[in-house]
Design a protein around this ligand. Sequence first.
Ligand SMILES: *[C@@H]1O[C@H](CO)[C@@H](O)[C@H](O)[C@H]1NC(C)=O
Length: 313
Amino acid sequence: MGQVLSLSLLSQLYPIHASHFTVNDIPDLTGRVVLVTGGSAGIGKETVAALLAHNATVYLAARSPAKAHAAIRELKERTGREAVFLELDLADLASVKRAAEEFLEKEKELHVLFNNAGVMFPPHNQLTKDGFDLQWGTNVVGHYALTKGLLPALLAAAQSSPDGKARVVTTSSMAAYLNTIHWDTFRARPGRDKLTRYALYEQSKHANVVFARELGRRYGHQGIVSMSVNPGNIVSELQRHMNPVLRWIAHRFIYPTPYGALNQLWAGTSPETADFNGKFIIPWTRAGECRRETNDPEIGRRLWAQLEEDTHV
Ligand SMILES: *[C@@H]1O[C@H](CO)[C@@H](O)[C@H](O)[C@H]1NC(C)=O
């Protein structure tokens, strides 16, 4: 890893400046419909909490009904408002399709989609229902299919919104810097075995940024504002890639979970990010540069074509 990139990563691990934006700065979201994948736990749950507290109608999309309902109860106690459960297994394209259809039956408009869910470092042999590598299939393929399925509601929201916009916020990671896309590794064969489960994670988080930018290229003119986010609290996964000095420093700055929701809340709700189509958000609450490959329109086109072919969505 080059010196300059190391410095940039270090400044994201240990931002010198506090965020200028806090949860209290989220505007009143009355009348706004929002969907958060992976909303039962972690930064997804904190994201749902903050959105509820600011009057949004929030769909909490998750795989386990039991965990989702427990989270909804807990958040009702915290905020006085109730999220709506949407059953969604991103590792199963039939489930993704059902979830999008169920949403479209209930709502005409979706103002903000948080593609927040993700799996990290599962056992190497695990695949999705449709035979994709579990991390690729969940983090990238599932969110692609969900976003495509929900596009009618996103475009309708953009048309009726005062600012003409609807937002899609895709949660990436600092891991996006550590790898690129390896085109023969998406399924068990032919090339997947050459990547470790760590590398497969990094690839999926890199592809989240490529996906977000390509979505913005394709639908920006129709009012879609697509961003990707390094949420900033992912020190542990990076440690093994760092030299000992950086690792020693990084070790001291693992941020508590609520802070991890801040970047995506800023991307999804702040007037400041209304024109941030295509941008990558870094700690805290500022636009930054990811690896140059994520900006390459040729790679974006190729990923999109591959996802279209693999999902028929
Ligand atoms: C939520 O809506 C209520 C009632 O309209 C309003 O008084 C309150 O300020 C809103 N809350 C936030 C955090 O915007």
